[in-house]
Design a protein around this ligand. Structure first.
Ligand SMILES: Nc1ncnc2c1ncn2[C@@H]1O[C@H](COP(=O)(O)OP(=O)(O)OP(=O)(O)O)[C@@H](O)[C@H]1O
Ligand SMILES: [Mg+2]
Length: 282
């Protein structure tokens, strides 16, 4: 456990879409809670809300229809009037989160997102990117792990994720242009660090996701080329590359829907998860 207490905060970022950020965030949050007995808060910072849907499943519809608080209210700083109450209310930590699982003294909780998140932000004055970090510092110091799923495009939300995080996990897919987002990420991180010199933030590692693993099909020369490129670029940037890859598996999309009838080689995720938790000291 790191010195000083408080949670280890990790944001999952790649400024390239569809590389598995939300899938990995959901699986790591569950693995941390179930296998490593951690008290976990997952934060969905993406208006697409894929992490919220993966963790809440059907209950996510209820969140929308009941207009329950979400990350939108965290950035706005209050709960708007409701049919039960005509005035705005202050928002505390327990109002804003959904409890996904509870066991003994620990929980797996989610700070959910909403599709209208971007509209809400754009409709107001430019939000303060430190709001999320402050909210977490004020309300979730007892957690062991905070895991933040980010959108693929750089925005004020990326800066908000940096302010709240000590580590960055970078998923990457072994494909053509695999590392196209690396220079952008490097630049955005060094801009952040030069403007926030008191803040220590590091890439804990790059993980290869959706690696071809199909009973003997190793993906062929294209995958090999992409892997070489990823290794080279990660090394150039001084970023650790995790030894364990996450295989391509039809089991992952099913598991996201809560269907464990066919897990396939998705069980191999655990090897990466163990390596990841060791790397962040949990
Ligand atoms: N290892 C894998 N094997 C098979 N399918 C996968 C794997 N990882 C992710 N997927 C699938 O790929 C798609 C994209 O994954 P995901 O939504 O996690 O990516 P993302 O990086 O969060 O995307 P976005 O940039 O849009 O937020 C999903 O349909 C997901 O189920
Ligand atoms: Mg996503």
């Amino acid at each position: 456990m790191p010195e000083g207490g408080g949670p280890v905060c990790v944001c999952v970022i790649n400024l390239k879409g569809g590389v598995g950020k939300s899938t990995i965030s959901a699986l790591l949050a569950r693995h941390g809670y179930q296998q490593r007995n951690l008290d976990v808060l997952a934060v969905d910072l993406d208006p697409q809300s894929n992490l919220s849907q993966a963790l809440m499943r059907d209950n996510y519809r209820l969140l929308l229809s009941r207009k329950l608080p979400s990350i939108v209210e965290v950035f706005n700083g209050y709960r708007p009037p409701s049919p039960q109450r005509t005035g705005p209310r202050s928002l505390n930590g327990s109002d804003a989160v959904q409890t996904i699982a509870r066991s003994g003294g620990r929980t797996l909780q989610l700070l959910p997102s909403r599709f209208d998140f971007s509209d809400n932000l754009l409709g107001s004055v430019r939000p303060d990117p430190r709001v999320l970090a402050r909210f977490l510092a004020d309300n979730f110091q007892e957690k062991d792990l905070v895991l933040i799923d980010c959108a693929p495009t750089e925005s004020i939300l990326t800066t908000a994720a940096y302010h709240a995080s000590g580590y960055i996990l970078v998923p990457v897919k072994p494909e053509y242009f695999a590392t196209i987002g690396f220079p952008l990420l490097k630049e955005s991180l060094s801009n952040f660090s030069s403007q926030n010199r008191g803040h220590s933030i590091d890439v804990c590692g790059v993980v290869i996701n959706n690696a071809f693993y199909d009973g003997g099909n190793n993906g062929g020369p294209e995958k090999y080329r992409a892997l070489q490129e990823i290794k080279y670029e990660a090394h150039e940037n001084g970023w650790k590359l995790y030894d364990h890859e996450i295989p391509h598996s039809r089991g992952f999309p099913k598991m996201m829907r809560g269907d464990y009838s066919y897990v396939g080689n998705a069980w191999m995720f655990s090897s990466f998860a163990e390596e990841f938790f060791e790397s962040i000291g949990l």
